[in-house]
Every structure is written in structure tokens, then in C-alpha cells.
Design a protein around this ligand. Sequence first.
Ligand code: AMP
Length: 116
Amino acid sequence: MYYDEENIFAKILNKDIPTEVILENKYSIAFKDIAPRAPKHLLIIPKGKYIKYDDFLNNASKDEIYGVFSLINELVMKFELQRSGYRIITNAGNDANQEVPHLHFHLLAGRNLGPM
Ligand code: AMP
């Protein structure tokens, strides 16, 4: 499977599509989901070209992996989500209906999210 250079998150990273970046570090950025499913719905993506979770864990450096997960934690702290709770989801591949073929984590919060 090859990385699609034309995917929408590649365009966001290249700044071909303007996006308000909520938080950023050396290896990742966070921005709002365009179709939020909760009062707070953010997407966290690596800056590197990874298609999905297994591609990332198998091929990224430990610094890149730590960079993405620590940015998620920074968002949790920034919005004090540790108090009320939150959900982290990543859809990987066909059976998960992954729409955008650039790894992303959904961070959802702001209401009771119901069962999975
Ligand atoms: P997934 O089904 O896990 O691949 O989720 C892709 C997500 O990307 C969906 O929740 C979309 O609403 C979101 N999305 C698609 N295009 C954009 C965009 N330009 N900016 C922000 N979020 C987007």
C-alpha cells in the first residue's frame, strides 16, 4: 500500500488547505474535525507520511511516536479533559471505514459519549 500524496491531510500539512492549528510539536499537529461528532472533536496527525496505525508503529521513530501521543496528552491537559473524560479513536483500513489515508487520532469530549 502506498501513501497517497493527494490526501486531504497531506494538503493540510503542506498548507495547500488552510487550517487552524490548535497545538503543534516537532512531529505532529492537532486541528478541529470539520464535521464534529462531539462538542470537542479534534484530530491529531503525525507530520510524517503514515497511512494508519500499524504503518506508523512499524515504521516511525520512537521520537515520532512519542511526539504524537504526547501531543494528545497536551490537548487533554490544555482542555482539562482528564476531569470529565474523553475518547481516543483511530480508524485503520477498510473494515474501520477509514476515510482519509493519513494516520489520525480522533479526540472526542465535551458530553457523555455513550458506549462504543
Ligand atoms: P476517518 O473516518 O477516521 O478517516 O475520519 C476522517 C475525519 O476527517 C472525519 O471525521 C472528517 O470529518 C474529517 N475531515 C475531513 N476533511 C477534513 C478537513 N479538511 N478538516 C478537518 N477535518 C476533516
